[in-house]
Design a binder for this molecule. Sequence first.
Ligand code: GLY
Ligand code: MN
Ligand code: MN
Length: 461
Amino acid sequence: MNTMLYQNRRAQVAAQIGPRGLAIVPTAPEQRRNRDADFPYRFDSYFHYLCGFAEPGAWLVITGTGKSILFCQPKDLERETWDGYRLGPQAASAFLGVDEAYALSELEARLPGLLDGCDNAWYPFATHSGLEARVQTALQNLRERVRYGTLCPGGQQDLCSVLDEMRLIKDAQEQDTMRRAGQISAGAHIRAMQTSARMLRAGQEVREYHLEAELLHEFRRHGAQSPAYTSIVAAGANACVLHYRADTALVRAGELVLIDAGCELDGYASDITRTFPANGRFTGPQRALYELVLAAQVAAIAATHAGARFTDPHEASVAVLAQGMLDVGLLDKDKVGTAQDVIEKRAYFQFYMHRTGHWLGRDVHDCGAYTEPSELGHTSIRKDALTGQAIVDRPARILRPGMVLTIEPGIYVRPAPGVPEQFHHIGIRIEDDAIVTQEGCELISRGVPVDTDAIEALMRA
Ligand code: GLY
Ligand code: MN
Ligand code: MN
């Protein structure tokens, strides 16, 4: 355990909350699935970011003067026989590099004393059910003893405002973990592609879950703890359902398969989408749309660099898709007009209804403001072309080296009047993970190719 790394993060928090602040961060609770069986446990991302401790039943407190206090499950040989090893408070200080550690049962008694004399209680707002009530109870406890000289903090602040900004810039170690997660996930996509082609060539029945099984095996085989989100393995028309899950549908030669899947490695997510022909050969219409989405991604990647806005890659993608939708006949020039009209009227939305990316990190849709903090006052109002609603526009975040985002344009064609039949039910997305650098961006998910020829070649192998 690199305790220095976490100590530095906690020191940054202390510096930002001020000498009279107190930061309180619980980890995630265990979640009951049914009766006495739990869902697989996953720690809270903020908590783990600050101390690297993966056990449930733990809280971290950071004082404004820089002291770290951990509350954790006590040693209990009987419970450990059933549930596994516990670090325990005695060993926690040395192992995690915290200043003090106590059994979780002491939290309630100690929290008021820790808050006494502080000016602000800092905790993550709206992320842990019941947290606010726990803090209020501690504050009320202090208020009730003012006659004895206690001093209750007057303010409560959202600790996410501090932690989100810190987490938005990934340090060298985080980037390295994310590169490895990207590499494992890329290998899993290759395996799913090759399995699909091989099984179809052998005349075997292929279902979505066969390909999902390949992904899961490849993730775990390389030490990734789990998928970072529920894998999408969508055969044929299912690709047009944006949040489809891997299910039982048949994977048929002649159709496309869209896989959106990535592993979580040591607390960091990867998020990759590839769309490929089930049997390894693109048809003409599939290739036409695929090349269009790829061109949109190329434009978005070129727009991703330090100093650009978060929205620049999206706008670059939309510009390419708008022109392409007219060129291939998805949209009718006579009805919609030029590419500029397609953009202004948001006509592309019929086939491209999501944004081109999001922050990626400990969470697949990672934390971090999408508006530029230094320009918060600069608002403008516009009318949405499709809904007519008034939208408040704020300047988008300026990209900086170390930010990590996905670049994931797509096209999803549901049958509708005027939509050429050859494109019906085709759903394509190409998604890569990018670390922003000074000059551009580093794609950390390209262990699996995106070019049509390269995909066909690897599916022949
Ligand atoms: N896999 C979730 C997403 O692409 O946003
Ligand atoms: Mn994805
Ligand atoms: Mn994504």
